[in-house]
Ligand binder design. Structure first.
Ligand SMILES: Nc1nc2c(c(=O)[nH]1)N[C@H]1C(S)=C(S)[C@@H](COP(=O)(O)OP(=O)(O)OC[C@H]3O[C@@H](n4cnc5c(N)ncnc54)[C@H](O)[C@@H]3O)O[C@H]1N2
Ligand code: MOO
Length: 469
């Protein structure tokens, strides 16, 4: 299929819903749109930043390999030891357990009926006891004498002396008021014995477990009113660039801010408290003031990381006496990304302005730092075979949006640094090593916070390490 086919007659018969076309699974990309990532000669990526070969050499020397950059970010987050807090169950959602969740009670805490029916003692038939039915939540009933039966509800305490529960549909009463079982009765059947699930003090979940809705349910069942959790990391997002519009259509060289609407919700999906997303414009003093005054654990800036006339991030960091922990990463897109330590417990991640480059920086630097700071285990990349060839950079890692089709990861074409079209449709980002990948090669895939179910269908291993976000 060619773009002309689509333009002339809509999607062809083999793609009736147009999905493959929309994702550019089949259509060749528009001319040149992918060139920034496919260039075979490294100087085309590096030559211009500081001008000529001298600048290129300086950048090559300084840029951190991609896996090392992620590890540096993780360590920066892990080195901070936020004070755990005890919060009511309802406030613990999305946080991380700061201590193991140990059962405060046996579960169940008493022998209980698993079914509505009859508690019986000894072999039948049984005389039906006069007492009222035994209901859930009621005080213990009298001891059941051998040869008797009493009505019982699901969840009720099984009277002492009872040897089994018979479901109502498996029993009948005769005219003489006796109960008969309609199938063989196994001692202990349909009784949930005390502590079947856990004993008091038994560890149920380790520290570091993200608090999901189910964890809240389990904690409540196990007797908790509050939980000791780590605080959410606090992040402030500063959007740089005078060319950005917050509404309407692009005009006269102005473009829409694509990162402001995207980063806050993305960070929230990572369990982060986003203090603010603010526009700062291309003003070095305003940026310096915003960075130094921020109360956040992590300041994230967008744009201004390169060496253009209004790229203020480096000069502002120098003025703020920040330590550059990562200054450029050997990754495409997004190589100008950076990580700096602003002061005790305070960091800054500089995301490049090109939107997919910013996503790359988010996944490479911000996410590992925030995950470690929040006390969450590192996200396990899972592996998948790629369906198609993926061009590589000669020296750098590439991150390429992919969708899962069957057991293959299909690279999306619209993956240029300024494009969000590919990543918006993607299930994850494939980590393409220098030199590229051939069809069938197995690559690491980075999850997107909302794509975990798709990822888990690809490999059962992923499900085991699955995280809340
Ligand atoms: N001489 C060189 N120039 C550039 C190099 C280089 O190596 N040498 N690297 C390029 C690469 S790669 C990237 S990525 C960008 C990084 O630039 P900055 O981080 O300084 O970002 P800006 O210049 O401010 O913006 C780049 C681009 O992105 C657009 N942008 C910025 N913010 C947003 C936003 N919130 N939403 C949508 N689009 C945004 C901006 O208008 C520019 O088009 O530098 C290259 N240059
Ligand atoms: O290639 Mo830049 O890093 O546009 O992303």
């Amino acid at each position: 299929m060619t773009p002309q086919d689509t333009a002339a007659g809509g999607p062809p018969a083999e793609d009736p819903d147009g999905l493959a076309d929309a994702l550019a699974l089949q259509a060749p990309p528009p001319r040149g749109h992918d060139a920034e990532n496919r260039t075979e000669h490294p100087s085309e990526h590096h030559g211009g930043r500081h001008g000529g070969h001298h600048g290129k050499d300086r950048e090559r020397h300084r840029a951190t390999p991609w896996p090392e950059a992620r590890e540096t970010a993780r360590k920066a987050g892990a080195a901070l030891r936020p004070e755990p807090r005890r919060v009511p169950l309802a406030d613990a959602i999305g946080r991380v357990l700061a201590e193991p969740l140990a059962a405060l009670t046996d579960l169940p805490s008493f022998d209980s009926s698993a079914m509505d029916g009859w508690a019986v003692a000894g072999p039948g038939p049984w005389r039906i006891a006069e007492e009222a039915a035994v209901l859930a939540g009621h005080a213990p009933s009298a001891t059941l004498a051998d040869g008797t039966a009493v009505r019982i509800a699901t969840g009720a305490r099984v009277p002492s002396g009872a040897t089994a529960v018979i479901r109502s549909e498996h029993a009948r009463t005769d005219a003489g008021g006796r109960l008969h079982a309609e199938r063989a009765v196994v001692p202990g059947q349909d009784i949930r014995p005390r502590a079947q699930e856990c004993r008091t003090g038994e560890p149920l979940l380790p520290a570091g477990t993200p608090v999901t809705p189910v964890v809240l349910g389990l904690a409540a069942a196990a007797g908790y009113d509050d939980l000791l959790v780590l605080p959410r990391p606090r992040v402030e997002v500063l959007i740089l660039g005078d060319e950005l519009l917050t509404e309407g259509l692009p005009h006269e060289g102005l473009i829409r801010d694509a990162l402001g609407p995207m980063l806050g919700p993305w960070l929230q999906a990572l369990g982060v408290d986003v203090l603010a997303t603010r526009r700062v414009g291309d003003d070095a003093d305003a940026l310096h003031a915003a960075v130094t005054a921020s109360a956040a654990d992590l300041v994230i800036t967008t744009g201004g990381t390169a060496a253009g006339p209004v790229d203020h991030v480096h000069p502002v960091l120098a003025k703020a006496d920040a330590d550059l922990l990562v200054d450029g990463v050997k990754v495409r897109p997004g190589h100008p990304m950076l990580l700096a330590r602003l002061g005790p417990g305070r960091h800054l991640v500089g995301l490049p302005g090109n939107p997919l480059a910013a996503v790359s920086g988010l996944l490479t630097l911000a996410e590992p730092l925030l995950r470690a700071l929040a006390g969450r285990p590192a996200a396990e990349p899972y592996r998948a075979a790629v369906r198609d060839e993926v061009h590589g950079h000669p020296y750098d890692t590439r991150l390429v949006p992919v969708v899962h089709r069957g057991d293959r990861a299909v690279p999306l074409h619209y993956n240029g640094p300024a494009m969000l079209r590919g990543i918006a449709a993607a299930d994850g980002m494939a980590v393409v090593p220098p030199g590229g990948a051939r069809p069938g090669d197995t690559l690491d895939i980075l999850d997107l916070p909302w794509s975990a179910p798709a990822a888990q269908s690809v490999t059962a291993a992923a499900a085991q390490g699955a995280c809340f976000t």
